[in-house]
Design a binder for this molecule. Sequence first.
Ligand code: FAD
Length: 642
Amino acid sequence: MRFELLVFATAACARPSGRVRVVGLDVALGASYDFVIAGGGTSGLTVADRLTEDPNVSVLVIDAGPLDDQSNGIMIPGLNNGTGDLPYWFPGVTSLPEPGLDNRTFNVPTPRVVGGASTINGMVYDRGATADYDAWEQLGNPGWGWDGIYPYFKKAENYSAPDPDFAAQWNISFDLFANGAGGPIEASFPPFYFPAAVGFTQGLAELSIPTPKDPGSGYKNGICWAPSAIVPGTYTRSYARSSHYDRVAATRPNYHLLTLHTVVQVVFENQRAIGIEYVSRETGKSAIMRANKEVIMATGTFFTPKILQLSGVGPKHLLEDLGVEPIVDLPVGYNFQDHLFTATKWNYSDPLRPIFTDRQSNNTLALANLHEYFASHNGPYAVGAGNTLAFLPTDLLLSPGNMTTNITTSSILLLARSTTHKDIYPLPNTPPTVVAGWMAQREILVQLYASSSAPTIELAYNTSPFMVAYLLRPLSRGVVAATKSNLTGSNATELGSEPPTIQYGSLLAASDMPFLVASIRFMRELIKTPAARAAFGEQTFEEIPVLRSDGRETDDEIAALQRLQVLPADSHPVGTCSMLPRHLGGVVSPELEVYGVERLRVVDASVIPLIPAAHPMSTVYAVAEKAADLIKKRYGITIGVL
Ligand SMILES: Cc1cc2nc3c(=O)[nH]c(=O)nc-3n(C[C@H](O)[C@H](O)[C@H](O)COP(=O)(O)OP(=O)(O)OC[C@H]3O[C@@H](n4cnc5c(N)ncnc54)[C@H](O)[C@@H]3O)c2cc1C
């Protein structure tokens, strides 16, 4: 057994104090609530926290998962690996064979735990560029541009600047005014970083890649030190459970949490949502909870569309196939997006040590590092998935002088413009509104691909042997759909837990590929810089599977290998219940209300209409913060509204 697996199980390093209000343990279930929230994850707990600021508002959150045990594997940033060693995942979630990826299928890590993905994720806490959110507004969502959402990024967080010596050592610049103070989620920097990362940051500088003053300001082109959702001082995870539940639950008799219960469907009276049907994972018994004001969906990008579809809110053809009585014909499940990624593998002869992965292969070192963490909250275990990133708009991606490629911005634009909806959504039953919405997005994406202030590729490097390139703005789209077997389930206690079908649709748009090819070429130039050589010693690179090490493949040869090595997702799924006008395939309005029905809202990552150039967690918190204000305003609640 790996050393790190052993320490997962050891005593927790930080536990919040105070009683929590878990239904069945601390309080009895109410007869009804003002708001019933399906899913107590990143967004669900944020909204519940904000709504219950008013003591007259009652909220029940129903989550399929347990409270996590706050053991080291959750709380210590360096022990988190997001790969499923912990028992907090929906079982058996896989994707369909991907035609653009050599028909490979993939595991889809989907959290089933209070706090959702914020409980098990890599803690990278960056926000998108101004252009990301302005694009949402441009698509027909008034109030959701940068100016409309930026205050909620700030409201969500308590930003701590890096230690001055650390900032000077790593050339980290920041602007305190660009960030939030006093919010529930801690955004901070680790006190330690892996020395070889200098080969990445300085190597990029040697390629004339700039460093923005503070990437949180909305301008994030270039070398980026991303904060982590980590409590400074103790260097433990800051997440939705600790910040939006533990922090307040003991003093809020109006905030109830029901764990280990799976939401099966939304219950309607005519076109009005009146409650939620859920089932106990312990007894298999089902029940209905009434919502006096609203049902709020926050079960995430895979389960929210599935639940809505099984409840009769979905595309007509799917509801007919399922035999579900239709409530409203809406394109739930379409417009599915994630950040697919490729990588180069670097073989070092003599890197500055320790590198990120050293402790995984050396138990003595791991023990010493862990002692350091417990003694001084410092060292490699204080670091989450990593903090050194680079965000490159197309012109910077193609800028290195020695890069040999036929790819140009114009050639990418040509490919994007000539991609048709039939490439993306080949099935004839695709709703026309989805096609119209995709075409509207294509127009905006073409502008963003050509913009020098909108990153299209992210490079991430934490000194593990892999340097990763994420496609930030795919033109390809996927679909999530409930199945007939979802209706019955394999057994009573797991009813509601079976996943929907998930089709990523990766690389169906021809214009997505050149970004990846250019990224491979860019990473090869980076590895040759004097700074990289000094940090790693002489190295060679290889892709997976191995390319010719002389790097003289054609663009087409590199592209062919991408289909074999690309992974379709970085666990950043969004878009399946998109906030868009109805004629553009929208499922929810700018108020996040589901079209065509009453008293039903969606507040999770599924409402994001266009994936931002960022790891999505901080955007999800900001969306949920804004959602809470929209709901409060709707019901005349003024406490805590911005
Ligand atoms: C492994 C992994 C690593 C990631 N790393 C990062 C990162 O480093 N930085 C970053 O910015 N983003 C990261 N993300 C993405 C980010 O965490 C998510 O985008 C965000 O947390 C999603 O929030 P949400 O509220 O939409 O869903 P979630 O937080 O997933 O919440 C959904 C909740 O619904 C519950 N649920 C689901 N179905 C049901 C049901 N039927 N009944 C009852 N409850 C249900 C789940 O238990 C869960 O609590 C990562 C995600 C994953 C999975």
